[in-house]
Design a protein around this ligand. Structure first.
Ligand code: IPE
Ligand code: IPE
Ligand code: MG
Length: 256
């Protein structure tokens, strides 16, 4: 059972420096289910439920951007049945959640190569984006069939095409130009990255965008990563000193 976060923790997090953009690799659904002797598919179902919990909390904390890795470009390697189940879950989650998200003032955004998804899902995605696009409370981005390498490749192709058609000079290719062609543009880069499930890797998530993101890894499996766990992660974020390669003025050392 998820625990209710204690008020002291909520208060201290509310007073703290919070990230504007949180990106999460929601990992560990399968192992969470295995541990309970239930099917991996049930683990994914619980994982979707937990998305609602975390979205609501981010809303309450006024976090502007939440980006969730739902299905990677490598996840097609899984058994057909599991892939089909994940696609079905996505489809039913869109059916049941979009209206609610719209009522909450949340805009939905999708990143990844959506052209490989079924026509029906692509249509639902398009409709949900259109419905929610003018909402300003929070932007929820779902990464589906997403890979950081795919994103950089498609950005390179667009830039190469601009050069080919004399719309861009080679010397004008800059980090900002590249960032502007990534599927995440014009979102700011994530301030805080969380990976649940114990693995300490990026697994081809937003490679470019994570350059200066604060990283947080937890052993908690995604379905058990509850409000308390998320608040604890934010507490860790609030104690980080972000230098971006520069220096941050420390209090002067006392002279001896
Ligand atoms: C994350 O959980 C969900 C997806 C990748 C779709 P996993 O399914 O990877 O769960 P584990 O890592 O096998 O436990
Ligand atoms: C990363 O998890 C992708 C998502 C959570 C959607 P994986 O379970 O696919 O990552 P690996 O295979 O352990 O690196
Ligand atoms: Mg996994």
């Amino acid at each position: 059972m998820p625990t209710q976060p204690d008020h002291e923790l909520i208060d201290s997090v509310l007073e703290a420096n919070l990230p504007d953009h949180v990106a999460i690799i929601m990992d560990g659904n399968g192992r969470w289910a295995n541990r309970r002797g239930i099917s991996r598919l049930e683990g994914h179902r619980q994982g979707v439920k937990n998305v609602r919990t975390i979205v609501e909390l981010c809303g309450r904390l006024n976090i502007s951007y939440l980006t969730l890795f739902a299905f990677s470009s490598e996840n097609w390697k899984r058994p057909r049945k599991e892939v089909q189940w994940l696609m079905r879950l996505l489809s039913t989650a869109l059916d049941s959640e979009v209206k609610k998200l719209h009522a909450e003032g949340i805009s939905l955004n999708f990143i990844g190569d959506l052209s490989n998804l079924s026509g029906a899902i692509q249509e639902k995605i398009q409709k949900s984006v259109q419905l929610t696009e003018s909402n300003r409370n929070m932007q929820l981005t779902i990464a589906i069939n997403y890979g950081g390498q795919w994103d950089l490749t498609q950005a390179c192709r667009k830039i190469a095409d601009q050069v080919k058609h004399n719309r861009l000079a080679i010397e004008d290719i800059s980090p900002d130009r590249i960032a502007g062609q990534l599927s995440t543009a014009p979102m700011p880069n994530p301030d805080f990255f969380i990976r649940t499930g114990g693995e300490k890797r990026i697994s081809n998530f937003t490679l470019w965008q994570l350059a200066y993101t604060e990283l947080y890894f937890t052993d908690a499996y995604w379905p058990e990563f509850d409000e308390q766990a998320f608040l604890q992660a934010l507490k860790s974020y609030s104690s980080r000193v972000r230098r971006f390669g520069g220096i941050v003025q420390e209090p002067a050392a006392t002279e001896k």
